[in-house]
Design a protein around this ligand. Structure first.
Ligand code: IPD
Ligand code: CA
Ligand code: CA
Length: 256
């Protein structure tokens, strides 16, 4: 079953991602979701339609949690979909965005697929089966010290959380080698998985931001917890993902 799920997830991510890429820089309709800085474009919606169409055709009984269209109840399996992660980047034609599809079985991550059409990079993972990038196995970095680490973070749309994260950012800037804020949580997680980043933290996230990427990190040998160092699940709202070796250093730096 999981092989078929993986195949459909990859096909859906590729089709939706290629569609989004074909329209980058063209006139997209931009509207706001609540806050002025929380954007949605017609491409987010069209991408989600492509993915949901493929999923419901292949697996009519499965549940869906999709960022732009909400929840569809189903049994056993749930597809957690971010049709375009990095919408602010996308709206400015800054080419760091992706499609993210995670599939949960009875609440546990089973499959994760993240596709970055700008680089044609497809990250995939199946629980217990490892993680890959364009079909080649990937693993987290071997960096041992936060002082030698390249760390990533992101900022929630909510202003209070943004300010709180500034405190964490200043501590992390002091201790790590450098901190990046690229603007797509799902890709940030995949970059930890393939060793480009050594760690990532963010607060105020939604399940569709992390469902796929968190599994990709774990299957690449990394560790994923909350910022309180407790068990992570996709409804946790905040996340720390690292290569494992620097995990406790990241947690204690965020706490200090
Ligand atoms: C956002 C991106 C961004 C992160 C935000 C997310 P969206 O998702 O992942 O990197 O900092 O917290 O909401 O809105 O572009 O799908
Ligand atoms: Ca997102
Ligand atoms: Ca999105």
């Amino acid at each position: 079953m999981e092989e078929r799920i993986l195949k459909i997830a990859e096909e859906a991510a590729l089709e939706a991602g290629k569609y989004a890429f074909s329209r980058i820089g063209s006139t997209v309709e931009i509207s706001h979701k609540g806050a002025r800085n929380n954007l949605v474009t017609d491409v987010d919606k069209a991408s989600e339609k492509i993915i949901i169409g493929k999923v419901t055709e292949a697996f009519p009984g499965h549940g869906i949690v999709a960022e732009e269209s909400g929840e569809l109840l189903g049994s056993g399996y749930t597809w957690v979909i971010d049709p375009l992660d990095g919408t602010t980047n996308y709206a400015h034609a800054f080419p760091f965005f992706c499609v993210s599809i995670g599939v949960m079985k009875d609440g546990k991550p089973l499959v994760g697929v993240v596709y970055d059409p700008s680089r044609n990079e497809l990250f995939s993972a199946v629980a217990g089966g490892g993680a890959s990038l364009n079909g080649r196995k990937i693993k987290v970095s071997g960096i041992r010290y936060l002082e030698d680490s390249l760390i990533a973070t992101g900022f929630a749309y909510n202003i209070d959380m943004k300010m709180e994260n500034l405190g964490y950012l200043s501590r992390m800037l002091e201790i790590s080698q450098a901190v990046r804020r690229a603007g797509s949580a799902a890709l940030d997680l995949c970059y930890v998985a393939c060793g480009r980043f050594d760690g990532f933290w963010e607060m105020g996230l939604n399940p569709w931001d992390t469902a796929a990427g968190s599994l990709v990190v774990m299957e690449a040998g990394g560790i994923v917890t909350t910022m309180q160092n407790s068990h992570f699940d996709i409804y946790a709202r905040n996340i720390v993902a690292t290569n494992g070796l620097i995990h406790s250093q990241v947690i204690s730096t965020l706490k200090s």
